[in-house]
Design a protein around this ligand. Structure first.
Ligand code: COA
Length: 305
């Protein structure tokens, strides 16, 4: 196999690969496809990731046939490298394609002396083993939860909901400082991109604590290729429910998925709101790691870990 960077002309083929690979795995192992809206909607990953990190998708190609065997996105940041969606075409499962793509990215991050962070499914031993064999360590488990938001929205009595407002670009410095405190990572460009919202698919709320300090942030995406809340970072549990409520209400008529730490006290309230579990994920980190100093709600795009 030959590894090379993705270019614009590869987008359709990569969207197709992500769709067929992920849907095949979920259909075989869980009995349902994850990307129900087909490869057109999955182009979203190429659009968002190329806007954020042009040239940071590595492809594996069959040297004899030119067929696309696998793809993986990565996101270099000042403090770390995030690994985005990793896919191998089902025809090539078990032949070392994912290992080759992963090694390319871990070599890249080692050259820069940075840890690599990702979110991997606890229900997918193929990817769990791929990562843990390469030195990744699961640091936090998350429940993936899902809530149906009716067209009239959700109206729960939540302490602190009046402290939530829509995020503005001027909040980015405070958001970045909050995430640096909670997770030790810096992703300024992600938050700038999400709040600028040129694609018109993102919504971001912040929670103002005492004295107007930004104590929490939560983003959501509303697109046929993704329907999730996250990324989110909160100084304490206090702002988690108000932010989740605000972002659910930014997605009326949909059923967003979001990840909350398995040990979070908000889980009980979320069940009372009608939340259902749909998967379990781990934040996995290869290299140095600072224990979380608050609450994180990762997502798969942009990937946090
Ligand atoms: C997960 C996925 C990327 C793996 O791709 P792959 O090319 O088949 O994986 P590889 O052949 O490179 O094997 C990966 C490693 O995991 C190891 N492995 C797999 N199952 C294992 C198990 N149960 N225990 C221990 N090791 C295991 C393999 O031996 C190999 O290790 P090695 O390189 O040290 O020999 C592929 O199944 C896929 O695309 N799935 C659908 C999409 C998906 O789940 N993506 C991951 C989301 S983050």
């Amino acid at each position: 196999m030959k590894l090379r960077p993705m270019t614009d002309v590869d987008w359709l083929a990569v969207a197709d690969l992500i769709c067929v690979s992920t849907n095949y795995w979920y259909q075989m192992n869980r009995g349902f496809p994850i990307f129900a809206n087909g490869p057109e909607s999955v182009r979203l990953f190429c659009e968002v990731y190329e806007a954020l990190d042009p040239g940071c998708c590595v492809l594996a190609e069959d040297e004899n046939t030119g067929m696309l065997m696998g793809s993986c996105f990565y996101h270099p940041r000042p403090t770390h490298v995030s690994l985005g969606i990793m896919n191998v075409h089902p025809n090539y499962f078990g032949r070392g394609v994912a290992r080759a793509l992963l090694t390319h990215i871990t070599d890249f991050s080692e050259a820069d002396n940075k840890p690599v962070r990702l979110v991997s499914s606890a229900m997918n031993l193929d990817s769990f083993s791929l990562y843990t064999k390469a030195g990744f360590v699961p640091r936090q488990a998350f429940q993936d939860m899902m809530i149906d938001v009716p067209d009239r929205g959700l109206d729960f009595d939540v302490v602190g909901k009046e402290r939530v407002r829509e995020a503005e670009l001027e909040d980015v410095t405070a958001i970045v400082a909050l995430e640096k405190f909670v997770s030790g990572i810096d992703r300024t460009k992600d938050f700038e991109y999400l709040i600028q919202n040129k694609a018109g698919i993102w919504h971001t709320s912040v929670y103002e604590g005492l004295g107007g300090r930004i104590d929490g942030v939560l983003v959501s995406v509303n697109h046929p290729g993704s329907n999730m809340l996250g990324p989110g970072v909160m100084r304490s549990d206090e702002s988690v429910l108000p932010l989740i409520l605000a972002e659910l209400n930014a997605n009326i008529g949909r059923s967003p998925v979001f990840l909350v730490p398995v040990d979070s006290p908000v889980v009980r309230a979320l069940y009372a709101w009608g939340a259902r579990n749909c998967e379990v994920h781990f934040a996995q980190i290869r290299g140095s790691f600072q224990a979380f100093n608050g609450v994180v709600m990762p997502t798969f795009m942009p990937e946090t870990g």
